[in-house]
Design a binder for this molecule. Structure first.
Ligand code: GLN
Length: 279
């Protein structure tokens, strides 16, 4: 079969996915080892047998609901090529808003030296920050040992350095005091996560399930961060657009100052940040 025939038939079978042709093209590129641009130029050529067999396997997995990122074991985030598998949430472009805000704070506050990323998952936030500021002291934690393995792999392969890590539920067993804490906690409503699970959603429920209203963990995180932050240290939390105002309000209740909600390019609130006031 030609590359064109493979692509056309696969994208027809993937018509229920949101981007059938792109998914098929990316997976054919993965199966053949050829860049997408090259494939598009070579559409009339015959695909070899191994490529066709590998591609069929990938399409079967995609049809069974696996995201392209898990099939390729890759997801680009902050211009870096992260390793991902079903032990971690696939990094979302939304989370780049958090990275941007952290970088803004770091650039404007030379006293920010020690950073901790809680609920690190794939390590995307910490690794992105480390890639921009290799000299910063950045540590990570997660409740999942599996996720920490993935984050460690990403830190080593993308920054050339390991990041100190601890197995911790939020900040409970994280040692140290920090100038900045970042966190993308689970914040999806429990019932919705149950619905995803029933539909064989492949991402770890632990990384998504934020309890009944999605807001179970965030107040605890805000409270615990008071113990882990230096005076004037910043906390940045990602949440859903509905929850971000609540995050900001809760920071106020815990006497954080300088509280700001940041929206993404589509105008949706994506993160809230605050600063620990004087004790
Ligand atoms: N942004 C993710 C989603 O909407 C949720 C991530 C999270 O709970 N931290 O699927």
């Amino acid at each position: 079969m030609t590359f064109r025939e493979l692509l056309t038939s696969a994208s027809r079978r993937l018509q229920d996915a949101s981007t059938p042709y792109l998914d098929a093209l990316v997976l054919l590129s993965h199966a053949s080892g050829m860049k997408k641009e090259r494939l598009l130029a070579d559409l009339p050529l015959q695909a070899d047998e191994i490529t066709a067999v590998l591609f069929e396997g990938f399409i079967q997995r995609r049809l069974a609901g696996e995201p392209v990122s898990y099939i390729r074991n890759r997801k680009e985030f902050w211009g870096l090529d992260f390793y991902v598998d079903s032990r971690v949430l696939v990094p979302r472009p939304d989370t780049e808003v958090l990275v941007e805000e952290a970088l803004r704070l770091i650039a404007g506050n030379p006293s920010i030296r020690r950073i901790h990323d809680s609920c690190t998952g794939s390590g995307c936030i910490a690794v992105a920050l480390k890639s921009e500021y290799p000299d910063l002291d950045i540590s990570i934690s997660d409740i999942s040992a599996d996720a920490l393995e993935v984050a460690d792999f990403n830190a080593r392969s993308l920054t050339g350095k390991a990041l100190p890590s601890s197995l911790s539920n939020l900040l409970s067993s994280v040692q140290g005091s920090f100038d900045l804490i970042t966190c993308n906690p689970p914040y999806v409503e429990h019932d919705y996560v149950e619905h995803l699970k029933e539909n064989n959603w492949p991402e770890p429920a632990l990384a998504l399930d934020g309890g009944e209203s999605g807001f179970d963990l965030i107040p605890r995180l805000i409270e615990e961060a008071l113990d882990s932050l230096n005076e004037n240290g910043y906390l940045i939390i990602e949440a859903s657009p509905v929850l971000v105002p609540l995050v900001a309000e809760t920071m106020g209740e815990y006497n954080y100052t300088d509280i700001v909600q940041v929206t993404d390019l589509a105008g949706k609130a994506r993160i809230a940040r605050g600063r620990k006031g004087p004790c």
